[in-house]
Design a protein around this ligand. Structure first.
Ligand SMILES: NC(=O)c1ccc[n+]([C@@H]2O[C@H](COP(=O)([O-])OP(=O)(O)OC[C@H]3O[C@@H](n4cnc5c(N)ncnc54)[C@H](O)[C@@H]3O)[C@@H](O)[C@H]2O)c1
Ligand SMILES: CC(C)[C@H](C(=O)O)[C@@H](O)C(=O)O
Ligand SMILES: [Mg+2]
Length: 346
């Protein structure tokens, strides 16, 4: 039976990188004899234009009945004044899918240190996984918005912290065995709850994993100063959003960074971590590697096809190692020619 993928290209460079990922997925499917069926859906600004809502009921239904959801990117200045912005649609979708754990891996492959802005010793051996809580915290609290006063509520329950911490500890057991939990416990009540819930779970079930607690401002510094020291970085929604954009640049460009958002079951949401990049949209300049690697994560986590996922990841690494790449990493490819190079290697 065919695996069903809800396919949401979105806005700006979203469709450019999503179509690149689809091309690579199709090549991997052919090679590994997988049957994939796509349901094309309106989402984000494109859905506001077509249907008046960034997350229309039809799209929600297609996502909920799919095995996996693939998203390009959404948003852009065109919809800044919209009553319900594309970004609100994205938050609503993550909540509706129950994908509370967002995995954002960042690594610098041996020999690829020259792509990193750190360029030297510090970039060597960087291999980290950010586990970002995705359906709680400031992004989902109540808001009030007036002319001279606005508020955003930050709320976490212990259960919300424990379930995402468990994902981080389990991931660490399969990687380097270390978790750095990031919070702002010197100021925020939600961070003190975060720290005590993480400690309690560690004490009860994961004593074999090394756990440290790092304040978020210090982590912003350490990610530049000594990024190779870290293995799994566990953190709440807002901090994870910011630190993952920062960490992505360690490998050369935000355009290289993939993500998987997972909940209780195998169904997941896969998207590069970057946005719609309005400054380069429509010019064929977007780096599709993050979207392509997100497609690999889809095969691995939602469809259980790890051989096909390995094949895609190896093809991207090989293409990059041979000097192929888009302009953001100093290469001469456009989106299409880099994608073709990856397809060729598959
Ligand atoms: N998941 C998502 O869909 C998502 C994520 C982040 C931002 N956004 C939205 O995207 C819009 C633009 O946001 P922004 O400009 O702050 O962030 P952005 O990630 O779109 O772009 C930041 C910078 O990175 C560059 N960049 C991004 N993706 C790239 C790629 N694939 N290849 C090469 N360069 C790339 C851009 O050109 C830009 O200079 C906003 O509306 C924002 O809300 C959406
Ligand atoms: C667009 C925005 C809502 C989104 C987020 O903050 O989660 C984006 O920045 C991301 O990282 O996926
Ligand atoms: Mg972000």
């Amino acid at each position: 039976m065919a695996s069903k993928i809800a396919f949401l290209p979105g806005d700006g460079v979203g469709p450019e990188v999503a179509n690149a990922a689809k091309k690579v997925l199709d090549a991997a499917a052919k090679k590994h004899e997988l049957s994939l069926e796509y349901a094309d859906c309106f989402f984000g600004g494109a859905a506001i234009d077509a249907m008046g809502d960034p997350f229309p009921a039809e799209t929600k239904e297609a996502c909920l009945s799919a095995d996996a959801i693939f998203l390009g990117a959404i948003g852009g200045p065109k919809w800044d004044g919209a009553k319900k912005r594309p970004e609100a649609g994205l938050l609503e979708m993550r909540k509706a899918l129950g994908v509370f754990a967002n995995l954002r891996p960042v690594s610098v492959a041996p020999g690829m240190e020259q792509l990193s802005p750190l360029r030297e010793e510090r970039a060597k051996g960087v291999d980290l996984l950010i586990v970002r809580e995705l359906t709680g915290g400031l992004y989902f609290g109540e808001r009030t918005e007036g002319y001279d006063l606005a508020t955003d509520q930050c709320l976490y329950t212990k259960d919300e912290v424990t379930r995402v911490a468990r994902i981080a500890f389990e991931a660490a057991k399969k990687r380097g065995g270390r978790v750095a939990s990031v919070d702002k416990a010197n100021v925020l009540a939600t961070s003190r709850l975060w720290r005590s819930a993480v400690k309690e779970l560690h004490e009860a079930e994961y004593k074999d994993v090394e756990l440290t607690h790092v304040l978020v401002d210090a982590m912003a510094m350490k990610l530049i100063q000594a990024p190779a020291e870290f293995d799994v970085i566990l953190t709440e929604n807002l901090f994870g959003d910011i630190l993952s954009d920062e960490a992505s640049v360690l490998s050369g460009s935000i355009g290289l960074a993939p993500s998987a958002s997972l909940g209780e079951g195998p169904r997941g949401l896969y998207e590069p971590i970057h946005g719609s990049a309005p400054d380069i949209a429509g010019q064929g300049k977007a780096n599709p590697a993050g979207a392509i690697m997100s497609a690999a994560m889809l095969l691995r986590y939602s469809l259980g096809e790890s051989a096909a996922a390995d094949n895609i990841e190896a093809a991207v690494s090989k293409a990059l190692a041979s000097g192929r790449g888009t302009g953001d990493i100093g290469g001469e490819d456009d989106t299409a020619s880099f994608t073709d190079a990856v397809v060729e290697l598959i």
